[in-house]
Write a protein that binds this ligand. Structure first.
Ligand code: UGA
Length: 433
């Protein structure tokens, strides 16, 4: 099939590359000339495992092209995907101005029937706004599909190529058939394609993210209670995760959730509720509790060192989670900024996110090239991102290099008795030490 995808962010670029991998001819469009030039040179603007390879392969096969020329994309495609960002506005709402601007430009380029598909996360009701804009800028017929994306950073390519489910928001049977064909190469036995009206598809996206954020936050609150009452959150996780009704994923307590999706989408859901007189009290509480969790961790560390002048800490991890260079709303950065505000010096290392973190912490934090080098002269190690390379470290080196052998682990990477045996004082999240 002939497809164009507008936007080369996580959602747009991954969708474009994967749709090409599925055998489609894809024109990927963005108005950022530099990004398009880079992509044409094989330089991928984001770190995402497997993405570089799949882009290169499909460009070489002639199935994937990058351009700033939207009219070229629209002219060559039956389906036009919108995959641009919908960041939080100051009031917490999702800013859909980029989506609406693209819809207008797409409409102006149309020379016949098109199916316009929104992949961006957009508030419920956006389908009407997009459809209205398209019909006011073109006389050509079109159909609209809401097709929210569920990929996770760090496993985005795999999530797209092997989806659990694909949600298609359209009530037009002919369009359903086209979407079925488009996704056929990616559907496995376990995958489900679920059809619904566009408003429900828009809502399902927010519901999924808010539900996951709520699970994590509940576990995080319980971890605080575990700390106070002497229970172990990991035992609790095993205990409840084995209940099929609850399920075992997204129950890991830690520093709190971050990233470009959960915080923004929980906020947007609250805003939607306020806007229609249906207050989302739980979503608001989740948001507040998530910040509290990050601050609780930072304050524990600050309290521990309060009587020690000139404290320097080594920080492992700046990204909001492992396998990404993304630091948007990263709990690690919030904590680092709190340490600095409390007069603590920080030396940091992250396998991928040091460049992206520079904008937030440049000049305030000394960055190291290596996880172990930064330990020298530090009064403790703080772990804030769950990178694989931090999971089984050389504890002897940690002990030897630190001035004081103490670890604050915001990701519960180790078993407390094992770390204690290494002669290291260990503080984790809601665990019995
Ligand atoms: C999330 C969703 O998982 C995707 O399904 C969705 O498509 C995406 O948002 C989006 O809307 O675009 P992502 O933000 O990439 O994906 O990251 P997650 O893996 O969901 O992690 C989000 C945050 O929760 C991270 O800070 C992570 O460390 C934290 N987390 C996750 C926990 O603290 N505990 C867990 O058990 C799981």
């Amino acid at each position: 099939m002939k497809v164009s995808v507008v936007g080369v962010g996580y959602v747009g670029l991954v969708a474009a590359a994967c749709l090409a991998e599925g055998g489609n001819h894809v024109v990927c469009v963005d108005n950022d000339q530099k990004k398009i030039d880079d992509l044409n040179q094989g330089v991928i603007p984001i770190y995402e495992p497997g993405l570089t390879e799949i882009v290169k392969k499909n460009v070489e096969a002639g199935r994937l092209i990058f351009t700033t020329d939207l009219s070229e994309g629209v002219a060559k495609s039956l389906l036009v995907f919108i995959g641009v960002g919908t960041p939080s506005a100051d009031d917490g709402s999702a800013d859909i101005s980029a989506v609406l601007a693209v819809a207008k430009d797409v409409a102006r380029c149309m020379d016949g029937y098109r199916i316009v598909v929104t992949k961006s996360t957009v508030p419920v009701g956006t389908h009407k706004k997009v459809s209205d804009i398209i019909s006011s800028y073109t006389e050509h017929p079109f159909d609209y599909v809401s097709n929210p994306e569920f990929l996770k950073e760090g496993s985005a390519v795999d999530d797209f190529l092997k989806p659990d489910r694909v949600i298609i928001g359209t009530t037009n049977p002919a369009v359903m058939e086209i979407m079925k064909q488009l996704y056929a190469p990616f559907m496995r036995k376990k995958s489900r394609m679920i059809f619904m009206d566009p408003a429900s598809a828009e809502m399902a996206k927010y519901a999924a993210n808010a539900m996951l954020a709520t699970r994590i936050t509940f576990m995080n609150e319980l971890s605080g209670l575990c700390d106070e009452l002497g229970a172990d959150i990991e035992m609790v996780r095993h205990g409840i995760g084995s209940d099929g009704r609850i399920g075992s994923s997204f129950l890991f307590a830690g520093l709190g959730y971050g990233g470009s999706c959960f915080p923004k989408d929980v906020r947007a859901l609250s805003f939607m509720g306020d806007g229609c007189g249906c207050e989302m009290t739980l979503a608001k509480a989740v948001q507040a509790a998530n910040y509290k969790q990050q601050d609780r961790f930072a304050e524990r560390v600050i309290e521990y060192y309060k009587n020690r002048p000139e404290t320097t800490l080594a920080a492992w991890g700046l990204a909001f989670k492992a396998r990404t260079d993304d630091v948007r709303e990263s709990p690690a950065l919030r904590c680092v900024n709190k340490f600095i505000a409390a007069g603590i010096k920080v030396k940091a290392y992250d396998p991928e996110a040091m460049e992206t973190a520079v904008a937030d912490i440049d000049g305030k934090v000394e960055m190291g090239e290596n996880a172990y080098d930064i330990l020298n002269g530090c009064d403790g190690l703080v772990i804030m991102t769950d990178w694989q390379e931090f999971r089984s470290p050389a504890f002897d080196d940690i002990k030897d290099k630190l001035n004081k052998a103490v670890i604050f682990d915001g990701r519960n990477l180790y078993e407390p008795p094992f770390v204690a045996k290494q002669g290291i004082e260990y503080h984790s999240i809601g665990r019995v030490s």
